[in-house]
Design a protein around this ligand. Structure first.
Ligand code: UDP
Length: 473
């Protein structure tokens, strides 16, 4: 008897760990739970620093997953933001993507691709898939809140007369969302005069044309937002399928020392401090942070990247950064003197394993959505210190909506002072406020576990999407 032919999914991977991790996890589920085969089409923007981590991620994926590397597109000017570079690369990669999808169709036994899935930066590639009669989906790797904001942005753009959204007299109130002040809107929308803003509005218009949008969140985390999106018949179908995070590993080599240090600390006593894969502070801010952590007399594990004003090379070439001499000396002294803190002068920490460690009692985070989900599934409460992208909106959700985070406030000089850092660290790890936030986080953790259980909302939602894809003629 002939073996049943596997349905096939094509996924576009764009640079940036925040997108790569959830997309590869989605692929893992589609292969393991729904018997799809998956081909990754990998966009090379010519400069990104995530290549090594991408290789590691791809090596851990199950069969049958294949990958195709698109050639880097020509003619991208040097001086633009990393996000704009990725979006421009996706637009200019249209012809090579069309060829890759056409060749892929020809090469698979069914001659049929059941769905094409792109992350939010790949939105302009959905047109290419549609031309080839492939259902085109977006995987939104952030909150339903940011998705809803993005879907409403074109209307806000038309109706709003202010020069800058930060001048809006009132916080924006969208159906099902915590009110958001203009100054907390996601980064590219901050300056309405820029090309990045215009591009962002254009991208958000395109979101509505997707055949469906998968979201790395779960219904019980943002029920009002999902309900409001569901009731709006001008929106594409929205599918909450999260939290999809990288599973922990027992074979950690990089950063093993910090896990060994954690093994020696009491339960829930350590504040983990990290600003994600790209977040960096200035030298002054890093000094202030370290002083504040020491003043707090709490245990801490700090992932310290070279301060951005100590770097000597372009931010796109991470491997080539010179280490900041102060940071190296200070790390060695700190760790040798067995202070209460452990400093990991690292480009890459074993974050999933750290957050799952029983000694970790709090997380000072830049509010990247993957980091946040990793904290939620481990029930770790937060200090929210948003830096870029949509992180300020995430901080609003976490501190004002879900109330599982205390948010830092910058002084007029743009620096978060040591006294504040010290107080927040103490409040979170040993204060009453920390206890309340921890209990709320544990409830969210239970919600996440329920959503991913066999009958859970996210598992069922993904099963429904998979069925739809299987049935695509
Ligand atoms: N990450 C990690 N080690 C690091 C920095 C980041 O494992 O030193 C992982 C982290 O666990 C998360 C992802 O990289 O899964 C970062 O994604 P997030 O959305 O939090 O922030 P981004 O880096 O995209 O701003």
């Amino acid at each position: 008897m002939e073996a049943p032919q596997q349905a096939h999914i094509a996924m576009l991977l764009t640079p940036g760990m925040g997108h790569l991790i959830p997309l590869t996890e989605l692929a893992r589920k589609l292969v393991h739970l729904h018997s799809f085969s998956v081909t990754f089409i990998i966009l090379d923007d010519g400069v990104s620093s995530t290549k090594t981590q991408l290789q590691t991620l791809l090596q851990t994926l199950p069969n049958p997953t294949n990958s195709i590397l698109l050639p880097p597109p020509p003619d991208i000017a040097g001086d633009i933001t990393a996000e704009s570079r990725v979006v421009l690369s996706t637009i200019r990669s249209g012809p090579s993507l069309r060829k890759a999808l056409t060749d892929l169709k020809e090469s698979i036994p069914t001659r049929r691709i059941s769905a094409f899935v792109a992350d939010l930066f790949g939105i302009f590639t959905l047109d290419v898939a549609k031309e080839l009669d492939i259902p085109a989906y977006l995987f939104f790797t952030s909150t339903a809140m940011t998705l809803s904001f993005s879907l409403h942005l074109p209307e806000l753009h038309e109706s709003s007369t202010c020069d800058q959204y930060r001048d809006l007299p009132e916080p924006l109130k969208l159906p099902g969302l915590v009110p958001v002040r203009g100054s907390d809107f996601m980064d590219p929308t901050q300056d309405r005069k820029t090309d990045a803003y215009k591009g962002c509005v254009e991208m958000c218009r395109k979101y509505r044309l997707a055949d469906g949008i998968l979201v790395n969140s779960f219904f019980d985390l943002e029920p009002d937002t999902f309900n409001a999106l569901d009731q709006n018949n001008r929106m594409p179908p929205i599918y909450p399928i999260g939290p999809l995070i990288r599973p922990g590993s027992k074979n950690i080599k990089d950063g093993l020392k910090c896990l060994e240090w954690l093994d020696k600390q009491p339960l829930c006593s350590v504040l983990y401090v990290s600003f994600g894969s790209e977040g960096t502070l200035s030298r002054d801010q890093l000094n202030e942070l370290v002083s504040g952590l020491r003043m707090s007399e709490q245990r801490f594990l700090l992932v310290a990247k070279t301060p951005r004003d100590c770097r000597t090379r372009s931010s796109h070439h991470d491997d080539e950064y010179d280490q900041c001499a102060e940071l190296t000396e200070w790390t060695t002294n700190n760790n040798n003197n067995k202070e209460k803190g452990f400093v990991l002068p690292s480009k890459w920490a074993p974050q999933v394993e750290i957050l799952a460690h029983v000694a970790v009692g709090g997380f000072l985070t830049h509010c990247g959505w993957n980091s946040t989900l990793e904290s939620i599934v481990n029930g770790v409460p937060l200090i929210a210190w948003p830096l870029y992208a949509e992180q300020k909106m995430n901080a609003v959700l976490l501190s004002e909506g879900l109330k599982v985070a205390i948010r830092v406030t910058e002084g007029e000089n743009g620096i978060v002072g040591r006294e504040q850092i010290s107080r927040l660290a103490r409040d979170l790890i040993e204060g009453e406020e920390g206890e309340v936030l921890r209990k709320r986080m544990w409830n969210l953790k239970e919600g996440a576990t329920r959503a991913l259980s066999q009958d859970g909302s996210s598992t069922q939602t993904l099963a429904n999407v998979a069925k739809k894809w299987m049935e695509h003629p």
